[in-house]
Design a protein around this ligand. Structure first.
Ligand code: SF4
Ligand code: SF4
Length: 127
């Protein structure tokens, strides 16, 4: 009985169309929920570092001195955590996939606002 079931499954698989596609030669199927790649709008970023702390794969690097926000595409697991937690909504998930292997691993965005450092606490003097 098991042999006939297996033969039936094998024949059905051989005769049906493949469920996979030859990406990137064939365009990938996309919906509005497709996670392609993270995009950043530097004009809205307030350099709060929340995305850096929330990223599970340490793919984001914020450099306040250089006013840059960068993402390592090879580290990013496209979990959407940074997009969900960014307070200014300057991060978004584009449905377009980045081209495999032909794109540079690290993409750098310029930010316009840099959060000033916290003022140092004055030491209390004993009288
Ligand atoms: S991208 Fe969003 S979460 Fe990340 S530092 Fe800028 S404002 Fe903060
Ligand atoms: S999508 Fe996830 S893994 Fe990619 S940068 Fe954002 S938090 Fe990190």
């Amino acid at each position: 009985m098991g042999f006939f079931e297996m033969t039936k499954t094998a024949l059905k698989t051989v005769l049906s169309r493949p469920v996979t596609i030859l990406y990137p030669y064939q365009p990938a199927k996309k919906t509005s929920l497709t996670r392609g790649h993270v995009v950043q709008d530097g004009s809205k970023c307030i350099s709060c570092s929340i995305c850096v702390k929330k990223c599970p794969s340490q793919a984001i690097l914020l450099n306040k001195e250089a006013k840059t926000w960068q993402i390592d595409r090879f580290r990013c697991v496209v979990c959407n955590s940074c997009v969900d937690t960014c307070p200014t909504r300057c991060l978004s998930m584009d449905t377009q996939y980045t081209a495999p292997a032909s794109v540079q691993g690290v993409e750098v965005f310029t930010i316009t606002y840099v959060k000033p450092p916290k003022p140092e606490k004055k030491e209390e003097t004993k009288e």
